[in-house]
Design a protein around this ligand. Structure first.
Ligand code: XLS
Ligand code: NI
Ligand code: NI
Length: 440
């Protein structure tokens, strides 16, 4: 059965194309520096937003027209597998990401649920070798089932903690079986609403213990993929324990887990935390903690996780700037944690949305590559900190001075003359890099 009937293999037509079913900037085999675009940009399809989301919102029922809408649950799951591989094939996407519960419906018992999952996973494994597609990462949904209303690893109820552990163990087995390159921990309901009913210390200790048991289990089964923690500041809970990159790094370091994890940065989560994705990517990079990326962007006028397709070229460029600086990822990739708007309800909308996102990232990659080749921003930063290259500055940089020496030195100074920060010039120049990346 063909699911995306209006779409044939999507090809690159170049920047002047007006064809919504063609790439304008993403040209898989084109080299950007040392790697092809396809090598730089290991795009992944998110199973949940692409194949499961129906467009329901708090005010109304699902709108999405999907071939499996009227099918029984297991039947629908199997159709999604077919559709997913056709989708990746047509777009030239080589990876996908999933939650356990996206793949197959829950049964009446844990055993039945696992049996459903195993059935779909076997079909997946076959399709993966047929189409040559890979799992970027897997994860477990410890947030959809009502039993997790007070948390999974941070639940006040020990039996829920145990059920959550069993679920993650199974999701790790499945990800391992499918040769996943990674596994994500996003603490959907790991946070709290009010301290009037919450033992925060106990909950955080439990969460860390949960993660450390996952590390033990990973080693036990010989899973070689990377473990990632995905920060998000709010939604669903008011105070999420994995607020942002800084909070996650501190948490991992405190519990001696930092060697076992890196961070999955998500653009819209960065902005919800009051940061730019540039900030989050930079902070993770300089600490060697940036492992993978969930691409989307948020509406600046709305305060929630809108998970829109990434069409913001500024975010894309600055994100790619950090990304090229660390020479990409080892096991990570660019997962489209993005969903079509409720009104974009056709099967074809899914394809055109991915094209829009892939083109934006490709454009950002080109612009960022030019920024780095040109050296403009690095040169500016070097000049800005030039006083640390010699004399007292070099001593400070090498940590070879003291308050006594600095005080003596300061006494000899006249009021220093400062350089301009030149922010407006730097921002105007960024516009030029973005423009020139596609105009030439
Ligand atoms: C939700 C998260 C989620 C994770 C995986 O906001 O982004 O989709 O990426 O559980
Ligand atoms: Ni995400
Ligand atoms: Ni999100």
């Amino acid at each position: 059965m063909e699911f995306f009937k209006e779409v044939s293999k999507v090809s690159y037509e170049g920047k002047d194309s007006r064809n919504p079913l063609a790439f304008k900037h993403y040209n898989a085999k084109q080299k950007i520096g040392s790697k092809t675009m396809e090598e730089w940009l290991p795009f992944a399809m998110s199973w949940w937003h692409t194949l499961v989301a129906g467009g329901a919102d708090p005010f109304g029922a699902p709108t999405a027209l999907r071939t499996w809408n009227d099918k029984e649950l297991m039947e629908a799951s199997k159709m999604r597998v077919e559709a997913g591989f056709e989708f990746m094939d047509k777009l030239g996407i080589n990876y996908f990401c999933f939650h356990d519960r996206d793949l197959a419906p829950e049964g009446k018992t844990i055993q039945e649920t696992n049996a459903n999952l195993d059935l779909v996973v076997d079909i997946l494994a076959e399709k993966m070798s047929q189409y040559n597609k890979k799992v970027l990462w897997g994860t477990a949904s410890l947030f959809t089932n009502p039993r997790y209303m007070h948390g999974g690893a941070t639940s006040p109820n020990a039996d829920i903690f145990a059920i959550g552990a069993a679920q993650v163990k199974k999701a790790l087995d499945v990800t391992h079986k499918l040769n996943g390159q990674g596994y994500v921990f996003w603490g959907g309901r790991e946070g709290y609403e009010t301290l009037l009913n919450t033992d925060m210390k106990k909950e955080q200790d439990h969460m860390a213990y949960f993660l450390s048991m996952a590390v033990d289990y990973k080693e036990k089964i010989g899973f070689k993929g990377s473990f990632y923690l995905e920060p998000k500041p709010k939604e669903p809970t008011k105070h999420q324990y994995d607020f942002d990159v800084a909070t996650c790094m501190e948490f991992l370091a405190k519990y001696n887990l930092d060697k076992h994890f890196s961070i999955n940065i998500e653009v819209n989560h960065a902005t919800l935390a009051g940061h730019t994705v540039h900030h989050e990517a930079h902070l993770a990079r300089i600490n060697d903690m940036w492992g993978t990326l969930d691409i989307n962007f948020g509406d600046p006028l709305l305060g929630w996780d809108t998970d829109q397709f990434p069409t913001n070229i500024y975010d894309a460029t600055l994100m790619m700037y950090e990304y090229i600086k660390q020479d990409g990822f080892t096991n990570g990739g660019l997962n489209f944690d993005a969903k079509v708007r409720r009104g974009s309800h056709t099967m074809t909308d899914l394809v055109t949305s991915y094209i829009a996102g892939m083109d934006t990232l490709a454009w950002g990659l080109k612009a960022a590559h030019n920024m780095i080749e040109d050296g403009y921003y690095e040169k500016n930063i070097n000049e800005r900190y030039a006083t640390y290259q010699s004399g007292i500055g070099a001593k400070i940089d090498k940590k070879q001075t003291s308050f006594d020496e600095l005080s003596q030195y300061a006494n000899t100074l006249e009021e220093p003359v400062l350089l301009s920060g030149k922010q407006e010039v730097l921002e105007a120049e960024l516009n030029q890099f973005i423009w020139n990346a596609v105009s030439k």
